[in-house]
Design a protein around this ligand. Structure first.
Ligand SMILES: [Zn+2]
Length: 397
């Protein structure tokens, strides 16, 4: 049954083609893992690129859920919503999980701004916002010297930086929450700043969570921007020992509240990170994967319809420089090792990222052919999804 999942551990499977849910269900069943699935999880950006609507995405997942006889709870995630205008189509389609992304309102420069610049920005923001986030009140709350809580303590400079960096984003999130509360009674609410340039320190995470809580925002998960690089469809890039320590500090923040889960976005293929989130976050986790169900579709085509795959790959190479603009990827077509056979090409770092971010172009050009081939080879596609997600789910045990 489609329902909010609350604080249960949960896992988001994105499906850009509307054909992956049977494979997702098979992977979940085979893993035996006690984790609640999100089967529909599409952002406004993805819908624009795939030409699908919130309603269509959800209807396709519903049909697959019924056909597979999945009778346990599952969710539908309206992903990366940026404005209040994004909300209504997802509400009326029946989504249960709303991910609000106030990233455009995060001031990344606050990490390095000088004190006078920070003060000027804080004053200007107070003048325009008119309410809340009063400095005296914040000082009394955050500078009372409650000491070491596992994630550090504020001094006035750190507090000022946190306020300038996240103050507007917090206000935007509150506005989104209030609007959604007018439209809908019960829902999961996620706050995500994972796509910003500047990482979220554990202390800033505390500031965001505490300010939202003070404003009455009942959020069920929060996705900070973690250190290092979480690129699409490949493993973590960065200092894994530093990430290990950082994830422990974020968990210490969450433990202070006990009211929400930590959320890991771009979770596909982050095999080195999964054991760490299990260790530190326990069952208070939400993980999102998105584009790799599409990559598994291409892996299927590479075997069943190699000629079609070659055309998708050629288009991907041609479109990559343009299509990568809104994604965090570092692949370079010039570093791609020539002559890789199919389907091994699908395991190459550069090929994965190139194909991952050019899905919109590929679907515009070849969407009908791709879908027809996958319908014809549904068993092979499901087997590939099962193997791919089985590897993910097993690491969360
Ligand atoms: Zn994200």
């Amino acid at each position: 049954m489609l329902a909010p999942l609350g604080l249960s551990p949960s896992f988001g499977f994105g499906d850009r083609l509307g054909l992956a849910t049977p494979g997702h269900i098979a992977a979940l069943r085979q893993s035996g893992l006690d984790i609640q699935p999100i089967f529909s999880q599409q952002s406004v950006r993805e819908n624009a690129r795939t030409g699908r609507t919130p309603q269509l995405v959800l209807d396709e997942a519903k049909r697959a859920v019924e056909a597979a006889g999945w009778d346990k709870p599952w969710g539908a995630d309206a992903d990366h919503l940026k404005t209040v205008e994004d909300l209504p189509p997802f509400v009326s389609a029946g989504y249960t999980f709303f991910t609000v992304d106030p990233g455009a309102h995060v001031d990344n420069a606050a990490d390095t701004d000088s004190l006078p610049v920070l003060q000027e920005k804080a004053t200007a923001s107070r003048r325009t916002s008119g309410e809340g986030q009063n400095w005296d009140e914040l000082s009394a709350l955050y500078l009372s010297g409650n000491g070491e809580a596992g994630y550090g303590a504020f001094d006035s400079e750190k507090l000022l930086r946190a306020l300038v960096k996240y103050g507007r984003a917090i206000r935007h999130t509150i506005a989104m929450y209030r609007r959604l509360s007018e439209l809908k009674d019960s829902f999961d609410f996620e706050v995500s700043v994972d796509e910003t340039d500047a990482p979220t320190t554990p202390l800033e995470h505390f500031f965001i969570a505490n300010e939202l809580t003070r404003a009455g925002v009942k959020f069920t998960s929060l996705a900070p921007r973690f250190i290092g690089r979480f690129e699409k469809g490949v493993d973590y890039i960065g200092d894994i020992a530093a990430l290990d320590a950082e994830l422990a500090r974020h968990a210490a923040v969450t433990a202070q509240f006990g009211t929400y889960k930590l959320s890991l976005h771009s979770g596909s293929d982050k095999f080195s990170v999964y054991p760490l989130i299990v260790k530190h976050w326990g069952r208070r986790i939400h993980v999102k994967t998105a584009g790799t169900s599409y990559l598994e579709a291409l892996r299927t085509l590479a075997v069943t319809s190699p000629a079609l795959f070659e055309r998708i790959w050629a288009l991907g190479l041609a479109r990559y420089e343009t299509d990568r603009a809104t994604y965090h990827v570092s692949a370079s077509p010039t570093l791609f090792p020539a002559g890789l056979p199919l389907p091994a090409l699908l395991d190459d770092f550069h090929a994965r990222e190139i194909l991952h971010v050019t899905f919109g172009s590929a679907l515009t050009e070849f969407g009908a052919e791709i879908k027809a081939e996958l319908v014809k080879n549904a068993g092979a596609y499901s087997a590939n999804l099962q193997k791919h997600f089985g590897k993910h789910l097993n690491l969360l045990k």
